[in-house]
Design a protein around this ligand. Sequence first.
Ligand code: C2O
Ligand code: CU
Ligand code: CU
Length: 479
Amino acid sequence: MPSMLARRDFLALSGGAIAAISRLRPFSASPAYPSAHKFQSLLRIPSLLRPTQSDETTDYYEIEQRQASLEILPGRQTTIWGYQGMFPGPTIKTRQSRRTVIRHTNKLDVPTVVHLHGGATPSDSDGFPTDLILPGRQKTYSYPNDRAATLWYHDHAMDHTGLNIFMGLAGMYIVEGQEERQLPLPRGEYDVPLVLQDRLFSADGALLYRPDPVDGPATDVTLINGTTWPRFDVSACRYRFRILNASNARSFRLALSSRQQFVQIATDGGLLAAPCVAQEIPLAMAERVEVIVDFSVYPLNTTVTVDDQNASLAERSLLQFNVVRKVKDDSEIPDRLAEISAIVPSRATQRRSFVFTRADSSHSETRWSINGKEFDAARAIAEVSANDIELWRLANHTFREKHNVVHPVHLHLANFQILKRNGKPPAPYESGLKDTAALNVGDEVEIAVRFPGYKGKYLFHCHNLEHEDRGMMARFDVH
Ligand code: C2O
Ligand code: CU
Ligand code: CU
């Protein structure tokens, strides 16, 4: 069987890659990042990918997945695997309902798969984990872009997503809505992506992937847009930040050091109906949030940091803003942002329940399961009807661990609304449309899911990549 062969090659190749990176000396107690280096490097903004061709309906792109050597840590070279050799990949920006056709060429030594996270995509372009692009081969993905939101594209290769994303295969993908263009929100240089990823490096700058099957990779530094502890010199006006947690296994709880509140305008699924304010925003793996921060409230030369309230005091500040100039600000935050067509739970045709736990397995290493089953690409655990609404109950029953084990549950294809989190209505930060819901130990979340019209095989899974790679994933089929 060709697919078995492909898979065996795949394991051999990736095994080699793991061995190659773990032979390097790990980096001890972070001497490479003396505090003097903090907030010296300027925040990088990933460049926009240009289409190679456009017509009335479609933009065509070419992406090479290749190895590159970049200066991520000051004075050191790091080998990454990147879309166009970039870390993170280039940002793709398009408009709702314009089609995007992207031809990927795999110039790496490992098979890859590309998934557009948050998109409603026909099954053959959705990046099923066994739909591999073998080294030297190409695959063309086609995206209808039905949904306006901040999405991201990333690797999804069976059993190796954790390594492939850790090495750099992830980028932001922005779909601008029709009505959104009319809103007076900050745009251009005031509309800024922030891709958060934690990593571990060896003393000479190599990325070290040391995954723990429960807690994910060991890491000691957070990168924002591929920059360690960046500084961003801002004007005294409003900015829109599109924040993506692209980490393998780390949850953040974001806050501003000045205690200024974020004005949140969007969730995973796009703009909220109306803005809301939040002092702190929890952001589990794969979740996105969009916020407005108004720097005109600060005198010039004020510094403000974005902090992770989950981190120890010494590690807390991730990014520093420095208010450097005054400008005239034409932006506004409108009271109404978008017309959301609410997912009506009373129209649901089906109820389902999924429990996320360790797998009972004979493996020496921890494996993970959904309803007691590990991922099987050949078996769907739910059959759903296109255009239906369903009520799903998601529960994290991972009680045996010493500490909280978060399972951010992600559905491909369908957006959902959180109806209840542990019996209560959801907090404002997660009351918009979502594609990922964080489950802390013991959490039970009820969601109303709306399936669009596409048919075929899709996935839902935990977005802790080390859990996903070890069984916590399931196929569902749409008929
Ligand atoms: Cu972001 Cu199935 O993944
Ligand atoms: Cu997805
Ligand atoms: Cu998990």
